[in-house]
Write a protein that binds this ligand. Structure first.
Ligand SMILES: [Zn+2]
Length: 345
């Protein structure tokens, strides 16, 4: 039997319910919607997670499409599918949660005695994430558009990979996109949440997938490719039958070592650089101008040399956590010569 807190499914069943988590101070219900798919045959547990950043919904659509199509009789192992983790953020169109001004994705392993987001993180982590072998975590642009790539934690020693890192290299490529990236340690804060997930022995892959008003690519393309990626992960894990499908034979992996942050002033963001442009330290990546007068408010130079790698395509507004990412090509993986099968049993 597959059990997640107060929810369960017997082998061969697909069920839906709300994982009891926390309420806001005034009693707003923040319980998490969870679909359970308990395969007829035993096997590993895969988690699919959407909208832990409330306004990033491409993955949510793909997850709902997957749940509708999945037949437990044809699945080996279990799938825990959560279209929207951060309900408060989703309802308000926010990345985090205005209820306590926290980002659930940064709170793992959570705190049972903390604020609403701490409690949600605690219960969700203990009951769902910790029992999964693999967590596929969908992010996207919200109002702002974003590129599409697989994102993962930097390897501790690329010449001496841990078992989890070896498996992760395969699943990064198996997902089927033509590009992937990793951030060196400390690029985005302490990474304590990612450490907690790894310590629970859960392999974590993040997807950055389109978004924006009108969406960067055609929204339908992004949802279709996200759904294709979900099935690819099941196939690679031996949970579903079939061949992997991908953008093409190659997957370029970028070392995303340089992040350009928004300066401490608000304005209209104008990007002066394109994907693959090579920049020297000091070169201007973009500008912030007064949206009403056009007056230049700030220039944003790159702090280091690097090439412009996948990141937001257009940000006609402000408030993003980062506005540019530069780095280098770490390696190019070739699906034609890689064994992408990852077995957990
Ligand atoms: Zn996000």
């Amino acid at each position: 039997m597959l059990q997640v807190g107060n929810l369960s499914a017997n082998a061969g069943e697909k069920t839906f319910g709300y994982l009891k988590t926390a309420q806001s101070r005034s009693g707003m219900n923040l319980d998490i919607p969870v679909h359970l798919i308990a395969g007829a045959e035993p096997g590993p547990t895969l988690m699919l997670q959407g909208a832990i950043h409330g306004a990033e919904v491409i993955g949510s659509i793909a997850i709902l499409d997957f749940v509708a199509a999945a037949d437990p009789a044809a699945i080996r192992g279990n799938v825990i599918a959560v279209p929207v983790v951060n309900r408060a953020g989703f309802e308000l169109g926010e990345r985090g949660s205005s209820i306590d001004d926290k980002d659930i994705s940064r709170q793992f392993p959570g705190n049972a005695g903390g604020s609403a987001s701490d409690q949600i993180a605690h219960i969700y982590f203990q009951e769902a994430i910790a029992q999964a072998e693999v967590l596929i975590d969908f992010h996207a642009g919200a109002r702002t558009a974003y590129e599409r790539y697989v994102l993962f934690t930097a390897e501790k020693d690329p010449n001496n990979l841990t078992l989890m890192e070896e498996r992760r290299r395969k699943l990064v490529v198996a997902f089927g996109l033509d590009q992937a990236a990793f951030f060196p340690p400390g690029t985005f804060g302490s990474g304590a949440s990612k450490v907690a997930i790894e310590e629970a022995d859960t392999l974590h892959l993040t997807l950055e997938f389109g978004g924006g008003t009108g969406w960067f690519k055609n929204g339908e393309d992004n949802v279709r490719d996200a759904l294709r990626g979900i099935w690819n992960i099941l196939k690679a894990m031996g949970m579903a039958a079939g061949e992997l499908e991908a953008d093409g034979p190659l997957c370029t992996v970028y070392n995303a070592g340089v992040v350009i942050w928004k300066p401490p002033v608000d304005g209209l963001f104008i990007r002066d650089r394109k994907f693959k442009d090579a920049l020297k330290a000091g070169d201007v990546y973009g500008r912030l101008v007064d949206p009403y007068t056009g007056e230049l408010l700030a220039e944003m130079p790159t702090p280091k040399d690097g090439i412009v790698i996948p990141s937001g395509q257009e940000w006609p507004t402000v408030g993003a956590t980062s506005i540019g990412i530069l780095g280098s090509i770490d390696r190019v993986e070739d699906r034609r010569v890689m064994d992408l099968s990852v077995r957990f049993d």
